[in-house]
Design a protein around this ligand. Structure first.
Ligand code: TRP
Ligand code: SF4
Length: 339
């Protein structure tokens, strides 16, 4: 069960996203689109990781938003083409076995491995905490992530570059577990997307909701155009008559992804000769993006209009996930001398 082959020897993919609500174009290009494609060659399991979301809550309204955020996010998944007939789509907390496995894996995870992880250090700093005051749950974040993956004996984990240290840690935990208790879990392998990193409307940072430089997948075409019109372009092009420099302009990078090769060529020529203004250029890229997202948005509206549709899918997904989880946990109990 390691190679993506045909027939019944497909590899098992697991991936998860924290339920932060509506997804944006960066999430789509960086992860979601890949999730959809991987369904052809793997058995895929996609999870809304609501317990992970609790590692960083700071106020009650954040917990209140978890459920609606799951609904919004999963609608985006389905609209993008995550197919519940092919893949298991579920909510992390619907499979309580993951918390049992998390506890058991914590017995084979040295604390130093966890406090060394760069994402941990970043989070502690961001939350204005110290390693003394930070929640135990946040320290154990990668242990829970490991439990997510290996509970389903997944061997392949599509993630972004930032998550590679977590998957490395998962491999070390698995190695230790297998050494101590006998060969039980495959060592999961990170699978990076080749997708280009999408820069946000500020023209500087990776597209992100926190920086508010993003374009929501579920926005209307009008909203998308309005936001694109606020984007930064070549900062030296302060007047229409000054020729632009497409190579430093994020709108041009977006044309390269979302407009045709021919249109992109035209943008280059007209920009560098000052025949095209930035406002027109932005309207043009907004149209390309809206075209690109048209079908996704139609499907989303469709699914959204069906009462209880998302809940039903998550309910079914939860059942399938729990069935696998129960088998794995029986094996784990046996190997660890429990039960
Ligand atoms: N930590 C991941 C993130 O922040 C989310 C996640 C939780 C995940 N469990 C996972 C990703 C298991 C892949 C596999 O993006
Ligand atoms: Fe950027 Fe287009 Fe303006 Fe050129 S014309 S600087 S590519 S927005």
């Amino acid at each position: 069960m390691t190679q993506p082959t045909s027939g019944n020897h497909k590899g098992v993919i697991f991936s998860g996203m924290r339920p932060t609500g509506l997804l944006h174009l960066g999430n789509y290009m960086g992860a979601l689109q890949n999730w959809v494609t991987l369904q052809q060659d793997y058995n895929c399991i996609y999870c809304a990781v609501d317990i992970h979301a609790l590692t960083t809550v700071e106020s009650p309204d954040e917990t209140e938003s978890i459920k609606p955020n799951i609904g919004d996010m999963v609608l985006d998944w389905l609209a993008a083409g995550v197919d519940p007939e092919k893949s298991i789509v579920f909510v992390q907390s619907h499979v309580p076995e993951v918390m049992t496995l998390h506890t058991l894996l914590s017995m084979v995870t040295p604390l130093g491995w966890l406090t060394r992880v760069p994402t941990f250090k970043d989070k502690v700093r961001q939350m204005h905490e110290t390693e003394e005051t930070v929640n135990y749950g946040l320290v154990g974040y990668p242990v829970l992530q490991t439990a997510d993956i290996i509970l389903y004996k997944a061997d392949t984990v599509p993630v972004g570059q930032d998550q590679v240290p977590h998957i490395e840690l998962s491999r070390e935990i698995v190695r230790r577990f297998n050494n101590l208790f006998g060969e039980t879990f495959p060592e999961p392998q990170a699978k990076l997307t080749e997708a280009p990193l999408l820069v946000g409307l500020d023209g500087q940072n990776k597209m992100s909701k926190t920086l508010d430089n993003h374009l929501d997948l579920a926005a209307t075409p009008e909203e998308t155009t309005k936001r694109v019109l606020t984007a930064f372009t070549d900062p030296e092009r302060v007047r229409r008559e000054i020729p632009g420099r497409p190579e430093v302009c994020n709108i041009y990078s977006l044309h390269k992804i979302f407009s045709s090769a021919k249109a992109t060529q035209t943008v280059y020529e007209e920009c560098t000769t000052a025949q095209r203004g930035c406002v027109d250029c932005k309207r043009h890229i907004a149209d390309s993006i809206n075209d690109y997202l048209k079908e996704l948005r139609e499907r989303r509206e469709d699914f959204k209009a069906r009462p209880g549709y998302v809940q039903e899918i998550l309910h079914e997904g939860g059942k399938k996930a729990r069935a696998i989880a129960k088998e794995t946990m029986a094996e784990v109990y046996e190997k660890m001398g429990l039960g």
